[in-house]
Design a protein around this ligand. Structure first.
Ligand code: AMP
Ligand code: GLY
Length: 436
């Protein structure tokens, strides 16, 4: 009997839990969560609620449970060193050590590795630890992006023309960043269409899942503030409407080179997920950033259509023999959309009840909700993700939309994700950039 410990409490982890339990090996699931996700707790043999920085508590729980391995969902526990702590008591993990999770937590680590190992897809960049030379470099770029070096909860990256007016604004922002972060990365602003490629790796071999495209803005038409991600889609041909096979191969190659570079540089293999945030530009595929985990929402595009055994993939990652494992995904399109409280992300409605009608055929993954005796209550962030799955993208979109439309409460969602109108805009944008 395989025992798996899952760390995490969001919709992404709900979909990971489901993928684990679909395994023909009939695993037992144990979970450690920072809030009581009703989907995950229901699937778990035993669960424990605690904070992710309480490494001692996680270790005590893990010792009690005695799992064969652990799967770490979010970035925070990776950065707190949970993988190192569990390794110390003989429990391997799907997820990098604290040192290697710098792939996500340190923008400068990733950029400097790309430069040192001559990995393609690198925009012009420089790392600064104080303001000397800062203004000159910013002014040498047509357009720029400022990235604090360290975890910022997705709120630290500021883009010229969106959040920063000019180089003066940028230097001022860097001054603020230096108060809380050791360094800042300034890089060339890239124009194009972003996509997520989530790959499993044992540090040598890389297995990709189908690419997906996330939607960060809160409102329809890519308007409004940035969020954790309002929804995402993937296509049955395992490409995206603006992305060709050759682009995917280039993105895959960047991840393979990066996995090798990490191993050479640190002497240890990266074992877990490398989720590349790529952008297709008129010059080809470039890397925006890596995350050391699956995406949220993008995990929900790929895990439900994984037809191989997820537990085998986990063992391949841990044992360093991922080349013997297959990651097969069904040729289906998926559309994932989050229902969120009104006012999200700035002033979300909290503690309000929502009602979900019985699902027709959408998948449902709980995120920021509390199950109370009289129903489900929102706790302020993205509440529930609904996923439509079908051969055809428009049908997948319709399934997700039908489920979302039936939710009653003080909520909203993006109606346009996965629709032909929005997808056509993405295609036109790419054609315009390529001049075709
Ligand atoms: P976050 O996920 O908050 O770290 O923000 C990352 C977002 O910043 C990406 O999804 C891009 O939209 C944007 N971004 C980061 N680097 C660049 C870049 N070099 N060029 C254009 N946009 C970028
Ligand atoms: N899809 C955004 C993230 O997972 O960071």
């Amino acid at each position: 009997m395989v025992k798996v410990l899952l760390i995490g409490n969001g919709a992404r982890e709900h979909s990971i839990a489901e993928a684990i339990l679909r395994s023909p090996q009939k695993p037992e699931l144990y979970s450690y969560l920072s809030s009581r996700n009703p989907g995950i707790t229901k699937m778990s043999n035993v669960f424990e609620v605690g904070s992710y920085d309480d490494i001692e508590r996680i270790k005590t729980f893990a010792k009690k449970v005695g799992p064969d391995f652990c799967v770490v969902g979010p970035e925070a526990p990776l950065d707190f060193g949970v993988v190192d702590a569990l390794a110390g008591i003989g429990i391997p993990s799907v997820g990098p050590t604290k040192h290697l999770s710098r792939l996500e937590t340190s923008k400068s680590f990733t950029r400097m590795l790309m430069e040192k190992y001559k990995i393609p897809g690198l925009p012009k960049f420089q790392v600064f630890t104080d303001t000397s030379g800062l203004k000159d470099f910013i002014q040498s770029l047509d357009s720029f992006v400022v990235k604090p070096d360290g975890l910022t909860g997705g709120k630290g990256v500021k883009v010229h023309g969106e959040h920063l007016k000019d180089s003066k604004d940028a230097v001022k922002y860097c001054g603020e960043v230096f108060k809380t972060h050791p360094a800042v990365v300034i890089e060339e602003k890239l124009e194009g269409e972003e996509f997520s490629l989530q790959s499993f790796t044992d540090g040598k071999h890389v297995l990709d899942s189908p690419p997906a495209q996330d939607h960060k803005r809160a409102y329809d038409g890519d308007q409004g503030p940035n969020t954790g991600g309002m929804g995402s889609y993937s296509c049955s041909d395992h490409l995206l409407p603006f992305l060709e096979k050759n682009d995917m191969e280039n993105a895959h190659r960047i991840t393979v080179y990066m996995a090798n570079a990490i191993r050479k540089e640190t002497g240890t293999p990266y074992q877990g997920v490398m989720y590349g945030g790529f952008i297709l530009t008129k010059e080809g595929v470039k890397l925006i950033e890596y995350n050391a985990r699956l995406g949220d929402p993008e995990a929900m595009n790929v895990l439900p259509i994984l037809s191989s055994d997820f537990v085998d993939i986990c063992y391949g990652i841990i044992n360093g023999n991922l080349e013997k494992v297959k990651a097969k995904f069904e040729n289906k399109s998926t559309v994932c959309k989050y229902i969120v409280p009104k006012g999200y992300p700035a002033n979300p409605a909290r503690g309000e009840r929502i009602e979900v009608s019985p699902l027709v055929n959408a998948n449902m993954y709980f995120a920021s909700v509390d199950q109370k005796p009289d129903g489900l209550y929102m706790s302020g962030s993205r509440a529930i993700a609904f996923v439509g799955i079908s051969e055809k993208l428009d049908e997948a979109e319709r399934i997700a939309q039908q489920a979302l439309g039936s939710v009653k409460g003080n909520v909203f969602f993006r109606k346009d994700i996965g629709t032909m109108g929005l997808i056509q805009r993405r295609i036109e944008h790419m054609k315009m950039l390529k001049g075709i």
